[in-house]
Design a protein around this ligand. Structure first.
Ligand SMILES: *Cc1c(COP(=O)(O)O)cnc(C)c1O
Length: 391
């Protein structure tokens, strides 16, 4: 049988992250002592009061369809979060709850982009953005950045990438995979250009609360009513509340865009899981005291890993100001990222993600959402590996 695969699906790049991950898992299952730096999720458990709220809803029979954009109680809790933490006023009708922040991104791109449209994505990028743009039939336009600018796009680069076909600019700060964070001034400068050129901004703020070294963020929507009108904020509960498996994300958008996304979602996934949404309400409205504890732990690991990486011959690593990733430069080892990661896994049983998956072949991504003991062990092994490549 000659199966016809749609153009849309055939155009997608297979996931390198998953390839490395499945190899590492297979090695682990075979009893090998693998140290994993691949995780894109917190290693902490979901706080108990959030689990309790969902369990209570489940036990009480809250198990039916909900409104496709989410229960009113959760949309109100999200609107209250934007008011309280960001000074942004959204009506619940401007808020859509989806099956994860990833799903929110997909909805935004599908509802706003089509053939002939260009979407500007700074590299290193979260690997799903360009693939989502391709699924919508639009064209990803990549702006390259390096560690010399802490992986941040300059206003001049953004201006030069905009054409009459530019529909959307994707901003992700703090960033996955680099951990870099735009200052409020830098964010405003990029937003100003989008307002001037009438380009929409998809601002992925899922790591908003994971900040170090006193770094501050300000949502691009918050600089003026014009910035607000040009911005769709994508967010979720996965990272700050360790709820990756719950599949709960949300977005806030100008009313006509929210309406279009509501229609898209109503014909694809319908609502996010009913009782999970009750957990979401507890997360946003409940105590937030788990976060400083987690941040102190992440920070300790980040400092250790950053110092250890820079002490390796041929490795340089700018320090991340947010999220839970470091993105060291491996170019002086003479290996490209996929070969580096394959050999590191084979020879030292350390799993990391090659930078090429994020559009940056001179780097690898290490997640420090794993214990300090694991980080010590894994980086000792990586140090030994690098010393076989660089004298
Ligand atoms: C983790 C992540 C998301 C959303 O993840 P979900 O599990 O789908 O909520 C969105 N953007 C970035 C950059 C991420 O790293």
């Amino acid at each position: 049988m000659n199966y016809k695969i749609s153009h849309r699906a055939a155009s997608l790049a297979p996931s390198l992250t998953l390839a490395i991950d499945s190899k590492a898992k297979a090695m682990k299952a075979a009893g090998e002592d693998v140290v994993g730096f691949g995780a894109g999720e917190p290693d902490f458990d979901t706080p108990q009061h959030i689990k309790d709220a969902a369990a209570k809803a489940l036990a009480a029979g809250f198990t039916k369809y909900t409104p496709s954009s989410g229960i009113p109680e959760l949309r109100e809790a999200i609107a209250a979060k934007f008011q309280r933490e960001n000074g942004l006023t959204y009506k619940p009708s401007q808020i859509i709850v989806s099956c994860g922040g990833k799903h929110s991104c997909y909805n935004v791109i599908l509802a706003t982009c089509e053939a002939g449209d260009e979407v500007i994505i700074p590299a290193p990028y979260w690997l799903s953005y360009p693939e989502m743009v391709k699924l919508a039939g639009a064209k990803p336009v990549i702006i390259r950045t390096t560690d010399k600018t802490e992986f941040k796009v300059t206003p001049a680069q953004l201006r030069a990438a905009i054409t009459p076909n530019t529909r959307l600019f994707v901003l992700n700060s703090p960033s996955n995979p680099t951990g870099s964070v735009y200052t409020p001034e830098e964010t405003k400068a990029l937003g100003d250009i989008c307002v001037e050129k009438n380009v929409l901004i998809m601002s992925d703020e899922i790591y908003e609360h994971l900040l170090y070294d006193g770094a501050k963020v300000k949502s691009v929507a918050s600089f003026s009513p014009a910035h607000y009108d040009h911005t769709i904020i994508v967010h979720g509960l996965a990272k700050a509340y360790s709820m990756t498996g719950w599949r709960l994300g949300f977005l806030a958008a100008p009313e006509p865009i929210a309406k279009a996304i509501d229609a898209v979602q109503s014909h694809s996934t319908s609502n996010p899981t009913s009782f999970a949404q009750k957990g979401g309400v507890a997360a946003l409205n409940g105590p937030q005291d788990h976060l400083p504890v987690w941040l102190a732990e992440y920070d300790k690991r980040r400092r250790y890993a950053h110092a250890k990486l820079n002490a390796m011959p041929g490795i340089t690593c700018v320090n991340a100001k947010g999220a839970f990733y470091l993105f060291p430069n491996i170019s002086k080892t003479g290996l490209k990222s996929a070969e580096f990661c394959a050999k590191l896994l084979e020879q030292e049983k350390v799993a990391a993600v090659p930078g090429i998956a994020f559009g940056a072949d001179d780097y690898i991504r290490l997640s420090y959402a794993t214990s300090l003991a694991n980080i010590e062990k894994g980086l000792d092994r990586m140090d030994r590996f690098v010393r076989t490549l660089v004298k």
